[in-house]
Ligand binder design. Structure first.
Ligand SMILES: NC(=O)c1ccc[n+]([C@@H]2O[C@H](COP(=O)([O-])OP(=O)(O)OC[C@H]3O[C@@H](n4cnc5c(N)ncnc54)[C@H](OP(=O)(O)O)[C@@H]3O)[C@@H](O)[C@H]2O)c1
Length: 340
């Protein structure tokens, strides 16, 4: 049964604690049929719930949704039928789509659901007062969300209730959504929009995408400059990340350390002590401060509003980095990676 009332942040709910009842006989509009939207739509339908799909005019993804058996139309058409509208559009596209097509179409008292807290936390969307506002953020890409569901499993998700609707159904609807996509089979972790948005942005900047690539690029360049072949430098500084990431994912830091050689483990302690200092801590604090102040979100959205000049220049420069040629040569040694 869905629980009533807010629980403290960090509370973890499981399949026995929640049900899809609050969405039975209701209509879920999945707005956007991309990485996340498709997985949510398919999982919710396979959980016996009614799903319609919406997208922008001329969207190829809407045509895919139709081929995959959904009733699909424009964002406004889908939103107009929603008891729960799941906004699964790119973060930067959400504010204008919301203003142009979604907000006015939503029925009074509906619940609007986000997959990432960005637009609400940083104030780019301020939903109408009658709408419930909730978040279910699966901690993984859509393909994984779908694959685990099909195996009878689930991936963890954060959930949050920003605001109840007049009927006070928003929390039960959020939990039913989390159950319907299979995440309650793993765990639904109570959070807030702020906690989800800030920790997600910081994690991808400091570690997962930014920090990791900074170390990869700098270490690769140093080895090549020191006379090692680009292929060897690439294998050591990038290719082998997967082996370690798989161990970290499955076993955690201590389990990873136990699985590697003593030489590697001893060297890891030496390197961590050498790399971590007050400069690194200050830089990490600055990244978090930029996220929490909204400065990062404003910079991203301002750039998007101007046609992404900064983003496009960075992408072009990064794609031309010499590591890419070494990457192509090493990956060509493993034909199975072509389909990955
Ligand atoms: N990707 C992930 O692994 C991941 C993980 C967790 C949370 N999230 C969150 O999930 C949400 C959706 O992200 P996503 O990665 O699933 O998005 P996505 O795959 O890039 O695109 C989602 C959909 O939006 C449509 N779309 C693209 N640009 C649009 C625009 N300007 N106006 C209207 N529709 C547009 C696309 O279809 P058409 O181009 O055919 O119109 C597609 O159906 C975001 O809040 C994101 O932060 C993503």
């Amino acid at each position: 049964m869905a629980q009533e009332g807010a629980a403290p942040e960090g509370t973890i709910l499981h399949a026995k604690d929640v049900s899809t009842d609050a969405l039975r006989g209701r209509t879920i509009a999945v707005l956007g049929y991309g990485n996340q939207g498709r997985a949510h739509a398919l999982n919710l339908r396979d959980s016996g719930l009614t799903v319609v799909v919406g997208g922008r005019a001329g969207s190829e993804k809407v045509e895919l949704a139709k081929r995959e058996g959904f009733e699909a139309g424009t964002l406004a058409e889908a939103a107009a039928r929603a008891d729960l509208a799941i906004v699964a559009l790119p973060d930067q596209a959400q504010p204008s789509a919301w203003g142009k097509w979604i907000e006015d179409a939503l029925p009074a008292g509906a619940v609007v659901g986000f997959v990432h807290g960005f637009a609400i936390r940083f104030g780019f969307i301020a939903p109408r007062a009658d709408l419930g506002v909730v978040l279910v953020a699966p901690k993984g890409p859509g393909a994984t969300l779908r694959a685990r569901y099909e195996e009878g499993l689930g991936i963890p998700a954060l959930f949050a209730v920003e605001r109840e609707n007049a009927a006070r159904t928003a929390r039960a609807v959020a939990l039913a959504w989390g159950a319907g996509i299979g995440c309650a089979r793993s765990g639904l972790i109570e959070a807030s929009f702020a906690a989800e948005a800030e920790s997600d942005l910081f994690g991808e900047q400091a570690v997962l995408c930014g920090g990791l690539l900074a170390l990869v690029h700098e270490s690769y360049a140093l080895l090549v400059e020191a006379g090692y072949s680009p292929e060897v430098a690439y294998i050591e500084c990038c290719h082998e990340v997967k082996q370690v990431a798989d161990l970290l994912y499955a076993r955690g830091p201590d389990g990873m350390r136990r699985a590697i050689s003593d030489t590697a483990e001893f060297g890891a302690f030496v390197a961590e002590q050498a790399l971590v200092d007050e400069h690194l801590r200050a830089k990490l604090r600055a990244l978090l401060a930029d996220v929490r102040s909204g400065a990062f979100a404003r910079r991203f959205m301002d750039d998007y509003g101007r046609g992404h000049p900064e983003f496009t220049a960075w992408r072009r420069a990064a794609s031309g980095h010499p590591i890419e040629a070494a990457s192509a040569r090493v990956r060509a040694l493993m034909p199975w990676l072509r389909d990955a």
